[in-house]
Design a protein. Structure first.
Length: 425
């Protein structure tokens, strides 16, 4: 496990009712060097939530210095809608909190990522493909300044065997979806191998015909534990790669650029399909030079089957000023964000306006094309207007595009055959 020192550790009553949960928790506690677990019921969990602000979205760098978040060991619940409503009525605080919603109550595990069916220019909608995905951990020990939704508590579901017993029913009910993502609510390797979720899911999808696992590894390079798993080519690993200053000074605690690229190389060497997100791209003062170096190093060592681009966003300029070290930022980009404060208010792809983001995308697309023109490049969580600008060049459109975690972005699908023409590594 990644070294961390949570300010407190709690476990819900249900954890102690399942010996497998207790065993998993004890493995993780041993790795943390801790044994000070406090048992809590719904009433106490509700009190802790409200007293500690777990229900409030707060940027990691905002207001107070960073400390490793507390851990809540929990279990996934399979209650009916009526049972959930009754529980929430009695303990409304359990319903609070950001992505993924329901984590304190245990109502995660199988989730649906929805998106509008119609994309209209100027709507403020971020384009994303709807899909079912898997969440079992929410929260992260890294100190990324911009992180708005994973910061104040880490909730870890322990009853993974129960989850696996239900997987067939869920997956088989989604015949058109071929790719299932786990777990972008955290960087899973931070909790491995003691957690054991990675092997369970890799083993499951290795045996599941025509279905693939998208293993979200984020910004963690500690992946040696998965190199000998028998994935049978059915697991796709996705990393978020960022350039030097960002990876070391803004994403504190995360692996540096070269470490992430080396982790990718190891995975590809062991037969995993590898994918890359340049995400979130924060324009530091020398962002062009640093990103050029990043692209060059990446594509010298790895051949991803897609690179997805996502510029830093999901906050307004005021929040950015409270969370980020703006002495690192390109002054022209900061000026553009300030000038567009009214225009970008409420836009999830803000605070940088369209032209500033387009300048970054133009540069990155050109650098990738220069290094390897065969690798598909896509956009992530962008505006319809941005898709109108770059979609024709990329050979995609917001209604049909190839990306890291799209529900049909797997070998053998029509979308893959059309767009994923990649040279052999």
């Amino acid at each position: 496990m990644y070294p961390m020192n949570p300010s407190a550790i709690y476990a819900t009553e249900e954890v102690f009712d399942d010996p497998r949960c207790v065993e998993r928790m004890n493995r993780m506690l041993k790795a943390l060097g801790r044994d000070d677990v406090v048992k809590v019921d719904d009433a106490e969990l509700s009190r802790l939530c409200l007293a500690n602000g777990w229900h409030k979205t707060r940027l990691k760098g905002e207001i107070r210095p960073y400390a490793d978040p507390p851990i809540v060991f929990n279990t996934m619940k399979w209650h009916t809608k009526q049972e959930q409503d009754a529980r929430y009525e009695k303990f409304p605080a359990l319903k609070l909190g950001d992505f993924p919603s329901g984590k304190l109550a245990g109502y995660i595990g199988w989730d649906y990522r929805g998106a509008p069916k119609e994309f209209k220019a100027g709507s403020g909608v971020r384009v994303c493909q709807p899909a079912h995905e898997i969440h079992t951990i929410a929260g992260c020990p890294f100190q990324c300044s911009y992180c708005a939704h994973l910061g104040d508590v880490m909730v870890i579901m322990l009853n993974l065997e129960e989850l696996m017993e239900r997987m067939d029913d869920w997956v088989d009910a989604c015949p058109e979806q071929t790719l299932f993502k786990w777990d972008n609510a955290t960087d899973a390797p931070c909790f491995e191998p003691e957690y054991g979720g990675t092997k369970l899911l890799i083993d499951y999808f290795a045996r599941k015909p025509d279905k693939y696992l998208l293993l979200y590894l984020g910004k963690c390079a500690d992946i040696d534990f998965l190199l000998d798993f028998d994935h049978r080519g059915k697991t796709i690993v996705a990393f978020s790669i960022t350039a030097k200053t960002q990876s070391t000074q803004i994403e504190k605690g995360a692996a540096a650029t070269e470490q992430r690229i080396e982790a990718l190389r190891k995975c590809q060497e062991r037969g995993y399909i590898v994918r890359v997100r340049f995400s979130p791209v924060f324009p530091v003062k020398n962002w062009r030079e640093e990103n050029r170096d990043m692209v060059k190093l990446l594509l010298e060592r790895v051949t991803p089957d897609v690179i997805t681009l996502c510029v830093f966003g999901w906050m307004d300029v005021y929040q950015m000023k409270r969370a980020m070290d703006l002495s690192l930022m390109d002054p022209k980009m900061l000026e553009a964000a300030e000038a567009a404060a009214v225009e970008m208010q409420g836009k999830k792809f803000g605070p940088l306006p369209h032209d500033a983001r387009a300048e970054i995308y133009r540069f990155l697309i050109d650098e990738v094309r220069a290094a390897n023109p065969d690798i598909p490049v896509s956009l992530c969580l962008e505006s319809v207007q941005m898709w109108e600008k770059f979609g024709p060049e990329l050979g995609m459109k917001p209604e049909r595009y190839f990306c890291n975690c799209g529900p049909q972005c797997t070998p053998g699908t029509g979308l893959y055959q059309e767009l994923a023409h990649v040279k052999s590594a």
